[in-house]
Design a protein around this ligand. Structure first.
Ligand SMILES: [Zn+2]
Length: 333
């Protein structure tokens, strides 16, 4: 679908498993307004699509922008997407299968809609407005429940023919190591995600090696979140600090592999764990990555912490839609 000629506002959208966020930007990336809603994934995709539309209308209202001035919409979505056809093929976190999200929203808003993997959108956000502005090549690594990754290479999102790529969480770093959610063993995600860090931390607390953590969060995995880990380290739990540093060092091993393959100039670390403990992650990942990368690449990259926080996906989705639609327009006579 072609863009309207006099419309110059863009909506970025982050479709998360629990909440959705819509933000309106001008074409020079000035923030104009936003709206948040619960996703309520259990209500199914039809209700989900309606909730997305009403969140976008609410954001436009807040921004004081009429629908006629909207140029396009970019949506960051977790899961397997058909980027060409604009279809959510399978999003386990949402319980969505084969949902024609692009067609549905284009019909409703009358503007081009671009879908993008949520992690790619986050990296593109940091590239266009955040910690990796103007980098030639940037790799984003986001340790959370899993470990997401994405790469922007000379302004383009590195991807496969139909799907996104750079699954850094499933680089195998420990042959025969712990079982991963993907079915393999020893993936980076199985030794360095928030889940595996919390599991090790729970054991340390259970063994009475982490007196502060046991006070803050007990030994229940679901209570040992990023904030609790950071608080226990700040209070002096050395065992927990060691566990987090070890996990971050494993991420450094993964990053060294990526550096050897792609030679990015910036590595951006983001997500809840990194936000809670930015210094530990930045230091440990950088130290190991420099040690493990080939000598030729040792000083060819910098490791930095994301700047946009929760807004990275929305910002990146809007910026990517703007770039994609503008290029499409140039291509049509
Ligand atoms: Zn895996």
């Amino acid at each position: 679908m072609a863009a309207k000629s006099n419309a110059d506002y863009w909506v970025g959208f982050d479709l998360g498993a629990t909440k959705m966020l819509a933000m309106v930007y001008s074409s020079s990336f000035d923030f104009c307004g936003k709206a948040k809603k619960k996703t309520k994934a259990y209500e199914g995709s039809k209700s989900g699509l309606n909730r997305i539309s009403s969140a976008i209308f609410a954001a436009l209202d807040k921004a004081g922008i009429k629908r006629d001035n909207l140029a396009g919409i970019g949506i960051g979505i977790p899961g397997l997407l058909d980027l060409e056809k604009g279809i959510v093929v399978d999003a386990p976190n949402l319980g969505w299968k084969k949902v024609r999200i692009r067609d549905s929203l284009e019909k409703k808003f009358g503007v081009p809609v671009v879908i993008i993997n949520d992690v790619d959108a986050g990296v593109y956000g940091e590239y266009s407005m955040g910690a990796a502005k103007n980098a030639r090549s940037v790799v984003g690594v986001f340790p959370g429940t899993g470990i997401g990754g994405g790469c922007i290479y000379e302004g383009k999102i590195l991807r496969g023919k139909r799907n996104s790529c750079l699954e850094i969480g499933h680089i195998q770093v420990m042959p025969g190591g712990p079982l991963c959610g993907c079915g393999q063993r020893g993936c980076l995600e199985a030794v360095a995600s928030r889940l595996s860090i919390s599991a090790e931390a729970a054991k340390a607390a259970y063994r009475s090696d982490a007196p502060h953590l046991i006070e803050i969060a007990g030994t229940d995995l679901s209570n040992i979140r990023s904030g609790a880990l950071a608080a226990s380290i700040n209070a002096g739990d050395k065992a927990i600090e060691m566990i987090v540093r070890e996990a971050a060092a494993w991420i450094g091993v993964g990053v060294a592999n990526i550096v050897n393959l792609l030679a990015p100039d910036v590595i951006v670390l983001g997500g809840g764990l990194v936000e809670a403990m930015p210094d530990i992650f930045q230091e440990a990942v950088e130290h190991t990555a420099r040690q493990r990368a080939m000598a030729a690449f040792e000083n060819s990259f910098k490791v930095t912490v994301a700047k946009l926080g929760d807004d990275a996906t929305v910002a990146g989705a809007a910026a990517w839609a703007m770039k994609t639609v503008t290029e499409q327009n140039k291509g049509t006579p």
